[in-house]
Design a protein around this ligand. Structure first.
Ligand code: ASP
Length: 418
C-alpha cells in the first residue's frame, strides 16, 4: 500500500488530496472542518521555510554570478530586460485578477480574523526596503528588506572574491539544505491540501471549484497574452524579425517545459532551439539562457498576480495602490531567487502574500491546482528566456538571420554569423 503511494508522482498525490478533500467536505459537511489542522500544519511548515530559503538562495545566486563582472554590459542589459518583462507579466496577472475576480463569491473571510492594515504610502514602502537592522528584518520576516539585504550581500561576496569564498560556500551549503527541506515539506502537501480542501468545501461548497476554475482561466489567458503580445511583440518591434518564426523555433522547448514544469530541466532543449532554430550565437545563448532559467520567471510572476488577487478577494481584503506596488516589487525581486524546478512558484507565492499581509491559507488552496498552473507558467518562463536571448543577440549582432529565417542551418559554416 505504501509502495503504491510512493510510486505516484507528487503532483498526482496533491491533486488526489484536492479531490478527496473536496469529496469529504461535501459528504461530511461541517464536521469535515475538523480536518483543518492538517492544512494549518502544512501552512506553518511553508512559513518556516520562507526566510532561510529565500535568503540563502538569493545570496548564492548573486555570489556565484562570476559572469556579472566579465560580461557586465550584456549582463546589465539582460538583467534589465528580464526585470522589465517580469514586471510587465505580473501587471498582466494583476489586471486579469481584477477583471476576472476569481476570489469574489467564496468569501473565506469568516474563516480567519483578517485585520486590514493601513498600508504606508508608496514612497515610504520604497524607503522601508532598506533595513536599518538586517538581523531584525530576518527575525521579523520582513520580506522586502530580506530580499534587499540578500542581494547586497550576494553582490558584496562576489566583489570580495577569494577572501569571501568560505562564506559563499557556507551559503551554498545552507541553500542546498533548504532545497532538501523544501522537498520534505512539499511531500506533506497532499495531506495539507486534503485538510484545507475538506474544510473549505465543508464551509463553502462547490463555489470554491468555480473560483479555482477562474484562477486557471486567468493564468492561462494571461500566459497567452504575455507570450504573444509582450514577448512576441517585443521580438517583432525591437528586432523586426518574424515573431511566428520565433514561436515555431521554440515549440519543442515550450512543450518540454509544459510537460516537465521545470525551466532548468528544459534548459538543454531551450539552448538547442535557440541556437539551431533561431540562429542565436553560442556566446549569447550560453550566458542569457542559464541566467534566465534561474532568475527570469515571467509566467511565475504573472501567476502570482492572479493568485494574490484571488486570495485578497476570497478573504475580502481590499488592496491599496501601495500594496499593488509591493506585490509587483516582491515578485519581481523574489523571482531572482526562485529555482526553475516544479512547484517553486508556490513557495514564492507565500512570500508575495506575506509581503502584503495576505493569509497563507490561500497558498494551500492554490496548491491543489498548482500543477496545472505550473505547466503554463513554466512554458512562458522558457519563452521569456528565449525571447530575451533573441533581443540581446540582435542588439549585439550575434544572430544569424539566415538560420532564423530557415535559409541555412546553424551547422552550415557558410551561413554562420560574422
Ligand atoms: N516550475 C517553474 C519553472 O521551472 C517555476 C515555478 O514553479 O513557477 O520555471
Amino acid at each position: 500500500m505504501f509502495s503504491a503511494w510512493r510510486n505516484f508522482p507528487l503532483w498526482q498525490k496533491i491533486m488526489g488530496g484536492l479531490v478527496l478533500g473536496l469529496v469529504v467536505g461535501l459528504v461530511f459537511g461541517e464536521s469535515a472542518a475538523m480536518l483543518k489542522p492538517l492544512g494549518d500544519l502544512f501552512i506553518n511548515m511553508i512559513k518556516m521555510l520562507i526566510v532561510p530559503l529565500i535568503f540563502s538562495s538569493l545570496v548564492v545566486g548573486l555570489a556565484s554570478m562570476d559572469d556579472m563582472t566579465k560580461m557586465s554590459r550584456v549582463g546589465g542589459k539582460t538583467f534589465l530586460i528580464y526585470l522589465m518583462t517580469t514586471a510587465l507579466a505580473i501587471s498582466i496577472g494583476l489586471g486579469l485578477g481584477s477583471f476576472l475576480e476569481p476570489g469574489v463569491g467564496i468569501s473565506l473571510e469568516g474563516a480567519k480574523a483578517v485585520s486590514v492594515k493601513e498600508a504606508p504610502p508608496l514612497i515610504q514602502t520604497l524607503l522601508n526596503i532598506v533595513p536599518k537592522n538586517p538581523v531584525a528584518s530576518l527575525s521579523s520576516g520582513n520580506i522586502l528588506q530580506i530580499i534587499f539585504f540578500a542581494i547586497i550581500l550576494g553582490i558584496s561576496i562576489n566583489m570580495a572574491g577569494e577572501k569571501a569564498k568560505p562564506l559563499a560556500q557556507l551559503f551554498e551549503a545552507i541553500a542546498e539544505i533548504m532545497y532538501k527541506m523544501t522537498a520534505l515539506v512539499i511531500s506533506f502537501a497532499p495531506f495539507g491540501v486534503f485538510g484545507l480542501m475538506a474544510w473549505v468545501t465543508s464551509v463553502y461548497g462547490l463555489d470554491v471549484l468555480v473560483s479555482l476554475g477562474k484562477v486557471v482561466i486567468g493564468v492561462y489567458l494571461g500566459c497567452l497574452i504575455h507570450a504573444f503580445f509582450v514577448l512576441g511583440g517585443s521580438v517583432f518591434v525591437l528586432t523586426k524579425l518574424n515573431p511566428l518564426t520565433f514561436f515555431k523555433g521554440i515549440l519543442s522547448a515550450q512543450t518540454v517545459a509544459f510537460t516537465t514544469t521545470s525551466s532548468s530541466g528544459t534548459l538543454p532543449v531551450t539552448m538547442t532551439c535557440v541556437q539551431k532554430e533561431l540562429g542565436v550565437s553560442k556566446s549569447v545563448s550560453s550566458f542569457v539562457l542559464p541566467l534566465g532559467a534561474t532568475i527570469n520567471m515571467d509566467g511565475t510572476a504573472l501567476y502570482q498576480g492572479v493568485c494574490a488577487l484571488f486570495v485578497a478577494q476570497a478573504f475580502g481584503i481590499e488592496l491599496t495602490f501601495a500594496q499593488y506596488g509591493t506585490i509587483i516589487m516582491t515578485s519581481t525581486l523574489a523571482s531572482i531567487g526562485t529555482a526553475g524546478v516544479p512547484g517553486a512558484g508556490l513557495i514564492m507565492l507565500s512570500l508575495v502574500l506575506t509581503s502584503v499581509g495576505l493569509p497563507l491559507e490561500g497558498v494551500a488552496i492554490i496548491a491543489g491546482i498548482d500543477r496545472i498552473l505550473d505547466m503554463a507558467r513554466t512554458a512562458v518562463n522558457v519563452t521569456g528566456d528565449a525571447a530575451v536571448s533573441v533581443l540581446i543577440a540582435k542588439s549585439e549582432n550575434e544572430i544569424d538571420e539566415n538560420v532564423y529565417n530557415g535559409i541555412g542551418s546553424a551547422e552550415d559554416p557558410s551561413v554562420q554569423a560574422a
